[in-house]
Each structure stands twice: as C-alpha cells, then as structure tokens.
Write a protein that binds this ligand. Structure first.
Ligand code: ATP
Ligand code: MG
Length: 543
C-alpha cells in the first residue's frame, strides 16, 4: 500500500509546482516557499529588532516618532515604538504582536523579547542553512527554554520576602533606569512600590493580588516632576457639576449611571399630537416630573454621590443640590468601570425593572468612606477615599509638557508592572545581563551532555541569550566583546562553585552601566543586584 501511495503524492506536488498553486487546486494567490522566503522573513524580524535595539538598557536612546497627522511621541518603550510603526511585513507583524503581548501580560521587557526573538530566528535560519531540519531546531529551542526556566527557578532566583523591601525598590529602579524617570529613580521607585503595595488584595484562593487597574495615574501640566505625589483613594479627573454642591460627602453611597440626567424627551420617531392647547403645559410638567421621580428614587435608595457618563441639566442639578448630593457629569466609561470595581457598585444603564416600572435597587450603589473635591494645579479632582470593595490609589504626575508626562506615565506603568510581578511570583533575579550570561554557560554545558540532534540548536540558543548583555554594552559605548567575555568567565567560575551561598553571590554578577561616564563600566557582584523584571517574570511563568 505505501508503495502505491508515495508516487502519487510526489506526482501531485510536482504538478502543483508546474502549473502554479491555482492551476489544479483552484486556490488563488501565489505560493512561495524555500530558503529565500525564510531568509526574507528572518530579515524582516531582524530589521524590526534593529530599530528597537538602540533603546535597550539604562543608556539606551529614546525615539521620536511622528505620524501622518504630525502627532509626535518621544519614547523608550519597545511596545510603544513598535505600535506606532506601520509594519506591513507579515513576519514583522508577528514580532510587533509579540511586543504587544509582553506589554499586556507582563508590562515590561518588550524591547528585550523582540531582540531575543530576532536573534533566535537569525540563528535558527543559519542552522537550517547547515541542513539541520527545522523540527530539530524547534525541539532543541523548546528543550533549552525548559531547562533555562528550571535553572532560573532552582538556582538563580531569590525569594523576595527574604530580601525585603529593598529588592522591590531595586526591581522598580532597574525597570525605570532606561526611562525618563531614571534621574529621580529613588523618588519614583518608592512611589511605585508604595502604590502597588497599597492596593494589595487577597483572592478566594488566599493568594495576594495587586490589581494595577485600581491605581489611577493622572497627569497635570506644570511644576517639576519631583512634585508628583500619591493620593490615597481613587482620583477622578472631573469636578462637581455645580459649585452649590457640597465639596465633601462622608459615608458616600455612589450611583453610577450610564444615562442622561436631563429633561425627559420622547425618543426619536415618537409623535404626540395634542388637540387641546391647555394640555400642552401638563405634558411639559410631566416630562419634568419624570426626571424628578428618577432622582428621588436614587436619593431614597441612599445615593449621595451621582456620577454619570452623560450630561446633567440645570433642573436635575437643582434637585441634586437640594438633596445635598455631589453630582458629576461626563465621567469616562473606563473610570466608571474602575470606580464600580473599587466601590463595589454597578453601572446602571436603565431604571426599568421586570414589572415594566422604574425602580432603583440600593444594591447597585457603590460605597466609600469619603468623596471630596481637591484642587490640584489648574484642575479639580474628585477623590474617592476608603473604597469598600478594593483598595484604590492614585498617582498625580507633574511635568513640563505633554510628551514628558506621557513618557513618565509609561515608565511608571512599566515599573509598577514589574513590582506587581515580583510580588506575585515572590521571585527575583539579577539584571544587567547576569541571568542571560549564567544561562548561556549552563546551556552550553548542557548541550555537550546531549548526544541527540538537538545539541546544536541548544548551543545556538545559549549564544543567542548573550545578545542582551552585548546590546547593553554596545548601547553604553563599551567594548562589548571584552565585557561579555569577562561576564562569561565570572559565571563559568560561579558554576564551578560547590557552596550554594558562594554560587548565589557569584552568579549575581552582571553589567552595571549606571555611570556611563566612568571609563570602564564594571562587572559587578552585588547581591541583591537590581533585578530584571523580564527574567523575574520568566521565572514566575515557569512555576
Ligand atoms: N544599571 C544597569 N546596568 C546594566 N543593565 C541594566 C541596568 N539597569 C537595567 N539594566 C538592564 O536593562 C534591560 C532593560 O532595559 P529596557 O527597560 O530599556 O528594556 P525592556 O525592559 O526590555 O523594554 P521596555 O522597558 O521598553 O518595555 C534589562 O536587561 C536590565 O537588566
Ligand atoms: Mg524596561
């Protein structure tokens, strides 16, 4: 049976090549395959990685991106750079998606993953050129990845609870070292750590969670960045609808509305024909009463703060003022969702109930200790403090202009993500290329112990990891070859160490490029060395 099938398959393939893919199969489009296409795809990925390469590390450069309508973004964040690039090549798009995914899942390390992925692809392409089958390369890479994660978990990572708060601060500092906040990293690192710790909650499984969505970052132009501050509670960038409303409400019950608080109007297409002109005023009165009844319903249910995503007209404002409520209009939908989450309320889309009447269920109200208005710079903020369902916090960033504030927000977001991952995984690893160099030595030795065809792929994986310390050194205008050689030698000796304590100490050796003006950036050995969020996450993901 196999003897008769094999020639027919061969025949089909040669026929397709002779007549083009659309000939016999009826499929449209070109079919391209082989080494050329593979090389083209790899080249596209490498080209994209080269764009972000120069922005890696503490001495990496920022990029200025200008779009078609002239909007300018100045950033160092890999995901933001790649999002703003219009990448048409399909393989390039996969790499862009990789960065976006890293940003969504982890929050930091977007530049590193792109550089590493491109390096792995480049080396895989070389291996294919050496007639090694792609499946062997893929299984070699997979094996190397599993071994690497195991090694990080077992030997390289340290427990954060043993290292204490300093490790968290170091992790935040490492993450922001390449960003605009680097100059004031002491101030912002402790702000990031405090903000993340302040929103700690424990889920039903008893695990500590740090929901970053409970932290609102607000931006206000003017003053120096050092005047940025934390605000306890969720701060909303809106003000009271009327000056006659109270500025503070204690024991707040919050109604979260997604409908207009404006005079009731018949919906479009509904026609009311009035034959008796004396009834006209009655209709107008009824229209006004409908809104009054709705507001009364909310107030009776206990609401003393009313937020709506739509508008509030003068008449409704009057009713709210009379009831001593704070009303706030045009609240963003995203903010509304977050307030609903932290205060334990629900967004009300309509008052209609199952009986066909209108009612307001008090269980829809969110609650918090105090809602108050505070003036910050030129704006007023509405602050929800002591939220009942989840703890919430806010950070108010001050800066010279919009570009600075946007980049500060991205940098702070990266370091808060990093702190969150470190806290949730309880693991931390040294940065500055330490983990990459250590893994490279370990995997090279591991490859030698294998007699299978994956050996070469694992050795290439080990080499590919060195792209991170190499790029860090090149960006800092250092002799990358020499520094990486020193680093590798250090890790080689560390891995010969039998004593676990000495091993830990020596394997923390990484590049310290914090002082770019010093003639020879040193290969440091300072446990706990500033930690790389990206690798800490890899360790966490391996669990
Ligand atoms: N002082 C330092 N000396 C040497 N390397 C450092 C130092 N601080 C941070 N690094 C390294 O810099 C790298 C992080 O750089 P960077 O933040 O630019 O890129 P990323 O985190 O991969 O991407 P992004 O932040 O754009 O999402 C990590 O490998 C980290 O270990
Ligand atoms: Mg980073």
């Amino acid at each position: 049976m196999p003897c008769t099938r094999a020639p027919s398959l061969l025949q089909t393939r040669s026929t397709m090549e002779d007549f083009g893919s659309s000939g016999l199969t009826g499929l449209e489009g070109d079919r391209r395959s082989g080494q050329d296409v593979r090389t083209q795809n790899v080249m596209a990925c490498v080209a994209i990685a080269n764009i972000v390469k120069t922005s890696l590390g503490p001495v990496g450069l920022d990029k200025m991106l200008v779009d078609d309508i002239g909007d300018t973004t100045v950033t160092n964040d890999g995901a933001t750079i790649l999002n703003l690039l219009q990448v048409d090549h399909p393989a390039g798009q996969v790499l862009v998606e990789l960065a976006q995914l890293q940003d969504k899942e982890v929050g930091d390390g977007t530049t590193s993953v792109v550089i590493l992925a491109a390096e792995l692809l480049k080396r895989a392409n070389d291996l294919v050129g050496m007639k090694i089958h792609p499946t062997s390369i893929i299984s070699g890479y997979r094996l190397a990845m599993k071994e690497a994660i195991k090694y990080i978990n077992e030997r390289l990572s340290s427990k954060v609870d043993k290292l204490g708060r300093e490790a968290l601060i170091n992790a935040a500092k490492t993450s922001m070292s390449s960003k605009i906040l680097n100059v004031d990293s002491d101030f912002f690192a402790s702000m990031a750590v405090d903000s993340v710790l302040a929103v700690k909650s424990v889920n039903v499984l008893g695990q500590a969670k740090y929901p970053l969505k409970a932290i609102n970052i607000l931006k206000a132009h003017g003053k120096s960045s050092m005047e940025s501050r934390r605000i306890s509670g969720y701060a909303l960038n809106n003000q009271r609808a009327s000056q006659a409303m109270p500025t503070t409400v204690n024991k707040a019950k919050i109604a979260l509305l997604d409908y207009d608080l404006r005079k009731f109007k018949m919906s479009l297409g509904v026609q009311v024909i009035v034959t008796d002109p004396t009834k006209l005023q009655a209709i107008r009165d009824r229209e006004e009463d409908i809104m009054k009844e709705r507001i009364d319903m909310m107030i009776k249910a206990g609401a003393n703060v009313v937020l709506t995503t739509k508008g509030i007209d003068d008449m409704c404002m009057k009713y709210l003022v009379e009831a001593g409520c704070i009303g706030c209009r045009r609240v963003k939908k995203d903010d509304m969702k977050r307030i609903a989450k932290v205060t334990g309320g629900q967004i009300v889309v309509s008052l209609a109930n199952m009986e066909g009447d209108e009612s307001f269920d008090p269980s829809m109200l969110g609650s918090c200790d105090t809602v108050y208005e505070e003036r910050v710079g030129d704006n007023e903020l509405l602050i929800f403090d002591g939220c009942s369902s989840q703890r919430a916090g806010s950070i108010l960033l001050r800066g010279a202009n919009e570009y600075t504030l946007d980049e500060m927000e991205r940098a702070l977001h990266d370091s808060m993500c990093c702190v969150k991952r470190v806290l949730e995984s309880n693991d931390v690893v040294p940065g500055g290329g330490a983990v990459e160099a250590s893994l490279s030595i370990y995997l090279e030795n591991f490859a030698h112990t294998l007699g299978s065809r994956e050996q070469m792929a694992i050795a290439e994986f080990a080499q590919a990891l060195l792209v991170i310390p190499k790029t860090l050194a090149i960006n800092a205008a250092c002799d990358a070859t020499e520094l990486v050689a020193k680093l590798r030698a250090d890790h080689h000796h560390a891995q010969q160490e039998k004593d676990p304590a000495k091993f830990k100490e020596r394997s923390s050796s990484g590049l310290d490029l914090r002082c770019p003006r010093s003639p020879t950036p040193c290969v440091l050995c300072v446990p706990p060395f500033p930690c790389s969020a990206r690798v800490a996450t890899a360790a966490a993901a391996g669990r």
